[in-house]
Design a binder for this molecule. Structure first.
Ligand code: ZN
Length: 302
């Protein structure tokens, strides 16, 4: 059954090792876990900076978009390194950004799904027969977006969830588009919502693939600066800022709806998901400029 899809080993274990290495190398980086996945894997986070403005970035909400974990880890290393050396960071001062912002990164929200995309379905998987059925008999999981329970984590948030469920019209667990039995039914989505409430972020950015677009609005709940910040990020990366309607229950939708603060979804790169691992090199500079610009949008708080 496994595995024609093992085109990379950037799975949950590799990610945990990379986070450990980052904190060892840069002691000012503080790491922890926001909770556990359906299969009991930790969902790591780490923190950079000391400022009063609280930014949050996350990646790999969708399993076959795991390249976003690679991009976020590279960004974090780059940022930490620039700060440690007192150097420039994509045309900005890392020291200034550290002083203005505290950034929490959750680089891989959906570790079980990422493992499935990368390794395929292994005989010892606890949901082996369910997953085979939900994947309509196929052992090919490269296009899987959901978590290990067949729920699309970006359709899980309590922002017009019922409408999204009707729109998606998925009747049960599936590779994508199934909203689950209720909002936040999945441990990954619930952990992220709780983490967001507890840290009380001023702004959030969810990294997905693909399309080179930035979504910044939600049903008129976004603050006035959202449009301007999206335009700045778009300019920095050569992406398009897009006004989007007809989509609900995503993480940034819920964040905007719940807090009335800037929330963004960024679709990195261009092509078919999963983007090949080597695309990370090609995508990185645009994404780094975009994320650095996002940080730089933060006002200085007293
Ligand atoms: Zn996505």
């Amino acid at each position: 059954m496994a595995d024609s899809s093992a085109n990379s080993d950037y799975g949950p274990e590799r990610l945990e090792a990379e986070v450990r290495a980052l904190t060892r190398e840069y002691p000012f980086v503080v790491a922890g876990s926001i909770g556990s996945s359906s299969l009991g894997r930790p969902i790591p986070y780490f923190r950079l900076g000391n400022g009063d403005y609280r930014w949050h970035f996350n990646g790999a909400c969708h399993a076959n978009e795991w390249i976003t974990s690679v991009l976020l880890m590279r960004f974090a290393r780059d940022y930490a390194n620039s700060y440690a050396r007192g150097g420039a960071f994509w045309g900005k001062s890392a020291k200034d950004l550290f002083a203005r912002c505290t950034l929490w990164i959750v680089p891989m929200l959906n570790p079980d799904g990422v493992e499935l995309v990368q390794r395929g379905l292994t005989a010892d998987h606890p949901y082996y027969w369910d997953l085979l059925r939900w994947n309509r008999g196929s052992g090919q999981f490269r296009r899987w977006k959901a978590n290990a329970r067949g729920v699309d984590l970006n359709d899980q948030f309590p922002a017009h969830w019922e409408e999204e469920r009707v729109r998606r019209a998925a009747e049960g667990p599936a590779p994508r588009d199934y909203s689950g039995e209720r909002p936040l039914s999945e441990p990954e989505a619930a952990a992220l919502a709780e983490f967001t409430e507890r840290r009380d972020f001023h702004a959030v950015l969810a990294l997905h693939t693909q399309g080179e677009e930035i979504y910044w609005n939600y049903r008129g709940g976004e603050p006035p600066e959202s449009r301007e910040w999206a335009a700045r990020m778009a300019r920095a990366a050569g992406y398009r800022a897009v006004y989007l309607e007809g989509s609900d229950a995503g993480y940034k939708d819920w964040f905007i709806d719940r807090f009335g603060r800037p929330g963004f979804t960024v679709e990195a790169g261009w092509g078919h998901n999963p983007l090949p691992p080597e695309a990370a090199d090609e995508l990185y500079d645009d994404i780094a400029r975009l994320l650095a610009e996002a940080l730089d949008c933060a006002p200085a708080l007293d």
